[in-house]
Design a binder for this molecule. Structure first.
Ligand code: SF4
Length: 64
């Protein structure tokens, strides 16, 4: 599974970084940086939760 953040949709609300710091960190511009673009299986549920809680649907998950 791959995870990506659409900066045009992102509101920089921070939920993804706060709730799932193994996958997202805060970049210098306040947007999340994806730490685990290629999500390991043990973080799959966290990535799915991040996509669910994002208030602007800016997080995309792609199954490979
Ligand atoms: S939860 Fe969504 S809107 Fe908030 S910082 Fe993360 S990607 Fe951006």
């Amino acid at each position: 599974m791959r995870v990506a953040v659409n900066k045009e949709k992102c509101l920089r609300s921070g939920q993804c970084m706060y709730m799932h710091p193994k996958i997202f960190d805060e970049g210098p511009d306040g947007f999340p940086v994806v730490l685990a673009e290629d999500v390991p299986v043990e973080l799959k549920a966290e990535a799915e939760d991040a996509a669910d809680i994002c208030p602007s649907s800016a997080i995309t998950l792609v199954e490979e």
